[in-house]
Design a protein around this ligand. Structure first.
Ligand SMILES: *Cc1c(COP(=O)(O)O)cnc(C)c1O
Length: 379
């Protein structure tokens, strides 16, 4: 027998309580019972997003939430600026293009965080309808300073909507949509929310709702105006992912029992433990400026075949981590530490990493990573 340890930055582990809830027999969604559950879930989502109201749930993976943002806030021929610090930043530009929106790209070297002052120069060049950015660029392990970027945007281009992909940020560290003046914030179910993939969540500011009214983009399934009208009445426009909503109800309960402050503190602690282990093993962190608390990207040391690290960790230890995507394939590996994970999970990952590195011929002091992580966890 070998146990399976899923430690990627999405999908993430699903708690047994959530799995059990999702195994319940289906009820019909046009009923009082389902409305009660959706009402509770809506309240929980407002709490998690730290907003007044109206987080919209969609039956889609996270990318569906990104597409909904573009489809509802812009019109064909419109212009947007997309921050591209990795694979997911690139996705913003691709979605814009497919909707006939001109997306200029603000390039950030992979592993770096966007410099708000530099971004300011680009924002001034044109009257952009929207700025698209990741809070946490999962492909590199870097964060962008959303609060500073939003403040800067409000100053230099008050009409530009700030649209944030917070898919590996929300429920990991503090993001405050209303307080920071953001216009759209979205996430997906299979990251910090401890669920299988299949749900996307999006919140819009009143300005953004006004933009959704003005937009003349073609949209049907992802028409957020229609969803808002329905979800205010605790129902959905189309058949919801009923079982996932059951699971979400339980996951939100678990998160509320832990508390937002403790959730953020736990993720910060796990991230620090992993980074400390990486340093102790003489490895290099890939992100250089602001490091995400949801995932740690590590440079593959010279002389080691990049893909071998995740492969051997899975084969020999049942530990599934992620490799690099796109141009970073073989150059980095990524350990996810978001969602239903704790200190013991991190020790499993670090232990397996040490063992695999030793077998692959990397010279290390075995146990140094574990010791460093344990020191962090001991406080
Ligand atoms: C996971 C992820 C996505 C969404 O991907 P899906 O596969 O569509 O769920 C988008 N952005 C970021 C930053 C992510 O981490």
């Amino acid at each position: 027998m070998r146990k399976y340890h899923l430690l990627t930055p999405g999908p993430t582990q699903v708690p047994p309580q959530v799995l059990e809830a999702m195994a319940r027999p289906l009820i019909h969604h046009r009923t009082k019972e389902f409305e009660t559950i959706l009402g509770r879930v809506r309240e929980g989502l407002s709490w998690l997003f730290q907003v007044e109201d109206d987080v919209i749930s969609l039956a889609a993976s996270g990318t569906g939430g990104m597409e909904a943002a573009v489809a509802n806030l812009l019109s064909p021929g419109g212009t947007a600026l997309a921050v591209r610090g990795g694979r997911f930043g690139e996705r913003w530009a691709e979605i814009c293009m497919s909707f006939g929106v001109r997306a200029d790209v603000f390039r950030v070297e992979e592993g770096r965080s966007a410099d708000p002052a530099e971004l300011e120069g680009h924002l001034k060049e044109r009257d952009y309808k929207a700025l698209f950015v990741q809070a946490s660029e999962t492909s590199t392990g870097a964060k962008h300073d959303i609060k500073a970027i939003s403040e800067m945007t409000r100053n230099v281009s008050p009409g530009t909507l700030v649209v944030v992909d917070a898919i590996t940020a929300l429920g990991v560290y503090d993001v405050r949509p209303e307080e920071w003046g953001l216009d759209a914030v979205l996430t997906g179910s299979q990251k910090a929310l401890m669920l299988p993939p299949g749900l996307a969540f999006i919140w819009l500011s009143e300005r953004a709702w006004a933009a959704a009214e003005e937009s003349n983009n073609a949209r049907y399934y992802f028409d957020l105006r229609m969803e808002r009208k329905n979800q205010k009445k605790f129902t959905t426009a189309w058949t919801p992912a009923i079982s996932l909503i059951y699971g979400l109800d339980v996951a939100l309960d678990m998160m509320r029992a832990e508390g937002l402050g403790e959730i953020f503190a736990r993720h910060a602690r796990l991230a620090e433990g992993v980074r400390s282990a990486v340093n102790a093993l003489g490895l290099e962190l890939f992100a250089k400026d602001l490091l995400s608390e949801s995932v740690t990207a590590v440079e593959v040391p010279a002389g080691i075949e990049g893909a071998a690290i995740p492969r051997e960790m899975a084969k020999g230890h049942g530990v599934t981590i992620a490799g690099g995507q796109g141009a970073l394939k073989g150059k980095i590996f990524r350990i996810g530490h978001l969602g239903y994970v704790d200190e013991s999970d991190m020790l499993i990952a670090v232990g397996a990493l040490e063992a695999v590195l030793a077998v692959l011929g990397y010279r290390l002091k075995e146990g140094a990573g574990l010791l460093a992580a344990k020191e962090v966890f001991a406080g």
